[in-house]
Design a protein around this ligand. Sequence first.
Ligand code: CA
Length: 247
Amino acid sequence: MKPVAFGMTDVGKCRKINQDELLIDETRGLFAVADGMGGHAAGEVASQMAIEALTEAVPDDDGKLAGDPDAAARWLACAFREGNRMICESVMTRGEWRGMGTTIVALLTLGDRVVIGHVGDSRAYLLRDDALQRLTSDHSYVNEQVKLGLLTDDEAQRHPMRNIVTRALGNRTDLEVELRHHDVHPGDVYLLCSDGLNSMLHDEEIAGMLRDNAGNPEQACQALVAAANERGGEDNITVIVLQAPES
Ligand code: CA
């Protein structure tokens, strides 16, 4: 698919700096959102490094990978691991960067398939036939509690420990990447976002805005960011919306 894509990042209403980073590379069909964490500007450094590693590692020509989503998924995992290695090394050279890390969610389009990889709590959603599904499962403390049946989704969204991620680039040298690939249907809408969006809005609200702005990724992004800010904008907000052609 050759999707129409648009992305935005916004500092939100409470933070002084934006530690989120995004990548939109329509030529290679590569899209990503990274959400950095750590003081002394370390969060921005980590999210930038992750995106840089991704840009450099994924091959320009997807011809070889198009027929082989498994090979493409391995490429994506290698790129994430390279970002992880760069961040871990930087932490060792600069004391003030200790504790820095970043989440990442990336989507690679390959003909009529997409490959999605993620680490942490940045998400990928799919709106298909007006129904919204989450394509990623957060690597976070609260999501583990949800999976165990100890918290509801609503409780997790308001929980004081909702920001604790259990997996991130920069945390440890052996990084486990979660990967999936599936077919694209005509009219599919994909959303990549940092938690500054989905911590402020419920999935039904996100679905409503994607439906209301179907066919116009730019308007959809503006509506989502504006709504998260109206709700309080407690964190940096980053969104990428991709629209697959109708036929
Ligand atoms: Ca965040």
